[in-house]
Design a protein around this ligand. Structure first.
Ligand code: B12
Length: 189
């Protein structure tokens, strides 16, 4: 995985701890925009709806642990609001990039004794925590953490990236870990 990181001039809010940076995960894929945030009140409330207390198996860890959100956005080659086979293929490609990265990242944090999970971009449900059935809104999450705007396309709320418009594939990870540990791990990619 590559190491070049450029901090974006947009997307910083009072919740931002790190980034947004552009991660080049593989030479052949477009970069992943990623950042680390504390959970502002509306996001924390939503987090506890999506991950109910009784389903959260938090390991006994040190005092520095806190809930953090790690939103990612990929610049899609196609405008995702359009329809057709090319759009479906592009969504699958973005899905695979995120899944591979999120699995690797969360597994590493879990191996270090912390809690980590990510939202399945297809269903909006937590991927690793069992028995959760409340959908997490990526669009609301990106508005809250990064200050991006959105608009409604029928039933679906669509995110507008400041540079890429709706050619953006949003997906989020959540962790319970010390921010220094998370930042250090992010910097290894
Ligand atoms: C399910 C889903 C669909 C369903 C419909 C969803 C529905 N609303 O019934 C279907 C299959 C129809 C669909 C269609 C499309 N979708 Co869609 N869809 C999703 C998915 C998985 C969940 C969206 C959802 O249900 N949101 C509504 C829920 C979560 O919220 P809610 O109950 O209405 O409201 C709650 C929140 O607002 C919350 N809340 C309140 N305050 C706050 C504050 C904060 C901070 C938070 C976090 C939450 C919060 O409280 C409310 C009540 O509980 C998302 C991915 C995701 N996880 O967001 C993609 C997603 C939104 N879809 C996407 C796309 C591209 C589409 C299509 C355009 C695809 C296409 N080319 O056809 C079409 C749109 C067609 C149309 N006109 O409807 C993209 C949008 C990309 C972008 N640029 O934003 C997403 C992000 C998927 C992705 N990763 O690419 N989709």
């Amino acid at each position: 995985m590559g190491t070049s990181k450029t901090r974006a001039e947009y997307g910083q809010t009072s919740s931002t701890l790190w980034g947004p940076y552009s991660l080049q995960l593989a030479p052949s894929t477009s970069p992943l925009e990623i950042s680390m945030h504390t959970l502002p009140k509306p996001l924390l409330r939503e987090f506890h709806h999506v991950f109910p207390e009784e389903n959260l198996k938090l390991p006994a860890v040190d005092e520095a642990c806190e809930f953090l959100a790690i939103p990612t956005n990929q610049h899609a080659v196609e405008d995702l609001v359009a329809i057709g086979d090319k759009i479906e293929q592009e969504k699958d490609r973005c899905l695979n990039v995120f899944m591979e990265f999120a699995n690797d990242f969360c597994r590493k944090l879990q191996q270090a004794g912390y809690w980590a999970d990510f939202i399945d971009p297809c269903s909006g449900l937590p991927m690793l925590t069992l028995n959760c059935n409340k959908v997490y809104s990526e669009v609301d999450g990106m508005e809250c953490c990064l200050g991006y705007r959105s608009y409604s396309a029928g039933f679906c709320k669509i995110l507008e990236h400041p540079l890429w418009g709706s050619a953006v594939y949003p997906a989020t990870m959540f962790v319970y870990a010390p921010r220094a540990v998370v930042q250090h791990l992010l910097e290894t990619y």
